[in-house]
Design a protein around this ligand. Structure first.
Ligand code: SF4
Length: 349
């Protein structure tokens, strides 16, 4: 099936901010929905407040040629059923020098197998690990993904037991395959301050596991705001906007490019930006709360598991002692029986 349009919440030209292709000029093509809700997700605000608009593949292609950019297919999660066909259409039907696909692994293996092998695509697998089960699932999927040359691993690193467990496994695997260029650790955080604060532990971890370090430059420099206007004009479509959409302006009937740019600049002047930042700050508070709750729940579960293990250990020990006691008693009884019977035999003799 050939798609002429794709539904996205963002389509703009900027630079890749993280991973092996960091710094390359790319058109960001962002889908709206995701199967997960990561507490530190830096796009959840956009996913929540932005409206989808239809983007013509033809216009995206024109922008690729004009700007000599690659494309970055991201989200949300591009491989969820709602976006799968459109993500495939972007990768299959467009002509680009390079593509990045960012995924939490949901249906990534299928997408890798479905896209034409002639295309230059780097698939970025970013496992989301919040529990032991997540780590085990990530290991299972990574086993498959390591078979593909064009898959890279981008991990948001925190000093957390399950993430360390996964990293130890991956580090061992990568060492055997001599493929340390495949793995990139990134600091956690949705603001510049958090990123810089959290970077030092990621430097140490990258050294320890023999991985690469990646910053998240789009958050550090905020450079997406500088080039966002251009694509909206070039694609020449109408964009939906609500009071709090944050990234769109609607071309008014008969409005020319100059007026549209003027209105856009006004809307995204310092006050526009600070509104977005205010949204983010609100989001950070909520996510911090969520994150605290989640880690409390994990800690509680781990404590309960430990308690359960301790109970089982003690029960096993008690049973073992009881068994020993019984055996000793039986042995003693046996011995005294033997002694008695030999005594009886001597008396009878
Ligand atoms: S998988 Fe990615 S897009 Fe989805 S919630 Fe997590 S960080 Fe955000």
């Amino acid at each position: 099936m050939k798609n002429d349009y794709v539904k996205l919440i963002e389509c703009f030209s900027t630079f890749q901010g993280e991973g092996p292709d960091s710094g390359r000029r790319m058109i960001i093509l962002r889908f709206k929905t995701c199967n997960l809700r990561c507490p530190w997700c830096d796009t959840q605000v956009k996913m929540r407040i932005s409206m989808e608009a239809e983007y013509k593949l033809e216009n995206i292609q024109k922008t690729i040629y004009d700007t000599n950019s690659g494309i970055m297919v991201t989200g949300g999660e591009p491989t969820v059923p709602r976006h799968y066909d459109e993500a495939l259409a972007l990768l299959r039907d467009l002509d680009y020098p390079i593509a990045n696909v960012e995924s939490n692994g949901f249906n990534l293996v299928k997408l890798i197998n479905d896209v034409p092998k002639s295309k230059t695509i780097h698939f970025m697998y970013s496992p989301k690990i919040f529990s032991k089960r997540d780590a085990d699932n990530a290991i299972e999927l990574s086993e498959k993904l390591l078979d593909f040359d064009n898959v890279y691993f981008k991990i948001v690193y925190e000093e957390e037991a399950n993430i360390k467990y996964y990293c130890v496994w991956l580090s061992e695997k990568i060492r055997k395959m001599e493929a340390s260029h495949k793995v990139w650790l990134m600091p956690e955080g949705v603001t510049r301050v958090d990123l810089i604060k959290n970077s030092s532990i990621v430097f140490d971890a990258s050294e320890r596991y023999n991985f690469n370090f990646s910053s998240r430059n789009h958050l550090i420099y905020g450079f997406i705001w500088k080039v966002v206007i251009k694509i909206y004009i070039e694609t020449n479509k109408h964009y939906f906007s609500t009071e709090h959409t944050g990234i769109c302006v609607v071309r008014r009937k008969g409005e020319d490019d100059e007026d549209l740019i003027k209105r856009f600049r006004k809307k995204y002047s310092k006050s526009g930006l600070s509104r977005e930042l205010r949204d983010r700050m609100y989001f950070e508070k909520r996510s911090d709360k969520k994150r605290r709750k989640r880690s409390q729940a994990i800690r509680l579960r781990e404590k309960e598991d430990e308690k359960q293990e301790e109970i089982e250990r003690r029960t096993r020990l008690r049973r073992f002692k009881l068994r020993n006691k019984n055996t000793r008693r039986e042995f003693k009884n046996d011995k005294s029986n033997r002694r008695q019977s030999s005594g009886r035999r001597t008396q009878e003799d």
